[in-house]
Write a protein that binds this ligand. Structure first.
Ligand SMILES: [Cu+2]
Length: 475
């Protein structure tokens, strides 16, 4: 009986393939999303949020929820694209590249973006005037006139779409001059897994986004913290002559901080070439790509490749083995581009970098188990990391490691409930505000239950050995 059932299942499957049951059957796709909404709702708090977001090179596991709420606000800020080169950038989610969204075919993305390019970020306001921005998701099938419209500073746009194809898809600002908006930093990736997951298993997953910067010293000779400010070089931009070509937003960024992997492990890289104007000839010195899935879709498979050619906005998944101990060098094999900074390492001795990695790479014994603490950690990572780190030093706000030793629980409760009241009445809060450049922490509208969870999480952090709970956040 059982074996007959099995046969039947097999038969149906085989027949399915043979008779053109197309997994990309457009008649079964969700192609009528609701219209976008634009409002003048002002929001405070984190510039990026959503359980599906990864902020750095390490790609978080898929979040199982079929609806992914994603917020990526636009900001204008100074980023360091090479040592000492402080560039006036425009961002999604306050970082370049913007956070990576991870989802699965059939999932719905519920997207929100507030144009916060007019917000006071220290020392930045003087640099780039607030302006219109928009969001164009290559992962979506929607009318660009509705969904990808430009919104003014202070406006919020919300729209949703269903993911119909697996792949690695670029997102970028589509406001004219598009070239300038992309070259200023407004891009990122959406990783869409096949409905049933990938056909292979891997030990490590990373995202590599290649892009160009066109920078020149500010003609007005302005300075940032004593260093010269760099601004977009329009001439180089139009001539496609980048001053830097980089992986993940920084010149030689992953040379100083290699991505860890162990001998014998299988690594999956999600590679996107943003451009805006150059191709990438992506190669990893010391190994061979066992599988290459062009555009990140396992239906487009090549085996045993050495190098991958990616035009502007092309992508691919590459998988390979780490054959033995060593540092494997990711390069753009157009060596002129590599010499401008498109270099990174995957290293079996990347111990130092391990500390910098995001939470999920910390051994399981270092993850909390108490449900409230776990919830506190999850909420903290989606709502608070934009301004706080755990054990990685100060950002816009203080490092929260050790906070339960500095402050009694009652104080922490009052602070999270209503920071604005504490800033009026509490001496410690006033001093802290001064220390943090007079940027007040916005009220996060937290419920009592949620606040209790954060306090539990903070106590958990402070009960762990130093260095084991590091959560670096966005920068
Ligand atoms: Cu823009």
């Amino acid at each position: 009986m059982i074996s007959r059932l099995l046969l039947l299942v097999l038969f149906v499957n085989v027949a399915g393939c043979g008779t053109g049951s197309d997994q990309y059957d457009t008649s079964k796709m969700d192609l009528k999303p609701v219209p976008a909404k634009v409002s003048s709702e002002r929001i405070k708090g984190a510039f990026a949020s959503g359980a599906s977001l990864s902020l750095g090179a390490e790609l978080k596991p898929l979040d199982s929820s079929p609806i992914k709420d994603v917020r990526l606000d636009t900001t204008h800020k100074i980023i360091e694209i090479a040592p000492g080169v402080k560039f006036s950038a425009w961002t999604f989610g306050d970082q370049v590249p913007g956070p990576t969204v991870r989802a699965r075919v059939g999932d719905k993305i519920r997207f929100t973006m507030t144009n916060r390019s007019d917000e006071m970020v220290p020392a930045v306001q003087l640099v780039a005037a607030p302006m219109m921005h928009s969001m164009d998701f290559h992962a979506a099938m929607v009318s660009p006139q509705g969904k990808y419209r430009s919104i003014a500073p202070g406006q919020t746009i919300t729209f949703e779409f269903t993911l119909n194809y697996p792949g690695i898809f670029m997102y970028h600002c589509g406001t004219p001059m598009i070239l300038e908006h992309i070259a200023s930093g407004m891009y990122g990736a959406v990783v869409v897994e096949p409905r049933g997951g990938y056909p292979t298993k891997v030990d490590r997953e990373y995202v590599i986004v290649q892009s160009e910067f066109y920078a020149k010293p500010d003609p007005g000779k302005r300075k940032i913290d004593g260093a010269p400010l760099y601004v977009l070089d329009g001439e180089r931009l139009r001539a496609s002559q980048p001053s830097y070509t980089v992986f993940n937003g920084a010149h030689n960024g992953m040379v100083g901080k290699p991505l860890p992997a162990k001998p014998g492990e299988r690594v999956r890289l999600h590679v996107l070439n943003v451009g805006p104007s150059k191709t990438s000839s992506f190669h990893v010195v010391g190994t061979i790509f066992d599988r290459v899935w062009i555009e990140g879709n396992p239906d487009n498979q090549f085996r045993g490749m050495q190098t991958l050619l990616l035009g502007s906005s092309n992508s691919a998944i590459v998988e390979f083995m780490i054959p033995e101990a060593g540092s494997y060098i990711m390069v753009d094999h157009h060596f002129a581009n590599a010499s401008q900074g498109a270099i990174g390492l995957i290293s079996t001795s990347a111990k130092a970098a391990e500390k910098e990695l995001e939470h999920h790479n910390i051994p399981a014994s270092m993850a909390p188990t108490d449900p409230d603490t776990v919830q506190g950690k999850l909420n903290f990572e989606s709502k608070c990391l934009a301004c706080h780190s755990v054990g990685q030093g100060r950002k816009l706000g203080p490092d929260v490691a050790g906070v339960t030793k500095r402050r009694p629980d009652v104080w922490l409760y009052k602070w999270m409930k209503a920071p604005e009241k504490m800033l009026e009445t509490d001496a410690y809060a006033k001093a802290m505000l001064k220390e943090y450049n007079n940027i007040p922490m916005p009220n996060q509208n937290l419920s009592d239950a949620e606040i209790r969870q954060y306090i539990k999480y903070f106590h958990w952090i402070d009960s762990q050995p130093a260095g084991t709970t590091a959560v670096p956040g966005a920068h």
